[in-house]
Design a protein. Sequence first.
Length: 479
Amino acid sequence: MLGERKGDSVKYLRYSGNDNANSENLKLMKYLFSESTVTYIRQCLMSSVISLLRSIRLGSFVSGCMMLVFFNSPTHAQQTFGKVIQPFGSYSYTADDNILRFRDNQRVDNLPDGTIRRAILQKDFFDMSHRFTGGVIFQKEISRQRLSANFNYSRVQFDRFSDMDNNLKNFSGNWNWLIGNQLEGNMGASYTQSLAPFLFQPGIKSIRTELTEYVNAAWRFHPKWRLNGEFTHYDLSIKAPPDVPRLRFLERTENQFEGGVDYVSSRGTVGRNTIGVLFRYIDGNFPFEPSPALVNNDYNQKEVMARINWDVTSKTSFQARGGWVERLNASNAQRDFSGFNARGTFQWRPTDKTGLTVSGWRETAARQNLTASFSLNTGVSLIPFWLITEKVRMEGDLSYETRNFGNRINPNLTDPDLSNFLGVHNKIRNATVRFVYNPYLGLELSASAYHADLKSDSLFGGFNANGVNVNLQYTYGQR
């Protein structure tokens, strides 16, 4: 016989001498047992899911937290749409007379018959591309904590070289945290999947995936002194076409540890004028050795840098970093580097409508689109701008850089074809002029013309390229 306590949903059974009643009781007991079993399994699954979520990588954790904060109240989400979360879309058109950056002496020995082979034989490299992008920008401030994220997806299509069509994905999130008045920092991650540049691998479709995770902190332990620390993990993977599997040797992971101390001046903008010293250690690992496997490209790098960030006047500021860098390779000590690295940037605003940024650098760099080794890069760039009206501005971008791969020994051990493209001494020049029109908030139309060229002592020589680009973008809720 079945009974139920008033005011309670808990059911109980009472034995009866009636066989039919007892049969019904047994059925009910089985039902309740199965229900409790399902509940227990569900609880176990929930516990397992929670444990799994706790083990998710930093990037998923940060992005998940931001989405959870935003969507915890549907009413609030509707009220803040366009302020907290801003969808955007854009279309970009590019016409370029050497869009795949083919070299002056490009060969077709190993190329199958097709559009690219015919283009090289005819010296006709012109093509047009279309890029469609959609995404959302997330910005949320909770008390003194700031959360931000950007999610976007792009489709790139080529009119002529359709084999190069690709999809670009980009996700990034950051948590700018503050504890009290002396301790603050950032924690975040970014994921990017894109087509690798054609600069040193012309006409090769190589999809690279980059994952970066980081956490940093700054402690103002004294009104004029600040301690800094940061850890960054970088992971690069390469998806190369079947006929170029050797590109996988470019895959690598890097763990970077950084610490330093800054003197904070009371002059100028509060907290901006600083002079300090920075210590950095980088451990690089290449999981795939080149074929033949005679070279181990693993390395570690130590840096001791002085740095300065200073507002000279309300219209002039500069940032500089320079010091000693030592790079040691796991094999072939001839590729080691020990020397001076530096980068400086000067910003000048002579009027409210004009400005100029000048940068110079001398750095060792292991570019993911170049080689598993490194290059010594020396260059300068000029970026002027002019606000013609409130809605129209003109921008420029001029740069000149030399990339010296003289540290490479017997490059054929790594990749003969890529080595032929690299050369030893390379000079890169870029010039761009751009006009930007903002008819109203959120809508931007830009048009640019550019020139790029490479002078190289490589077997295949350099290249020249000229092109134009038109871009239209709308961001809902932009202020």
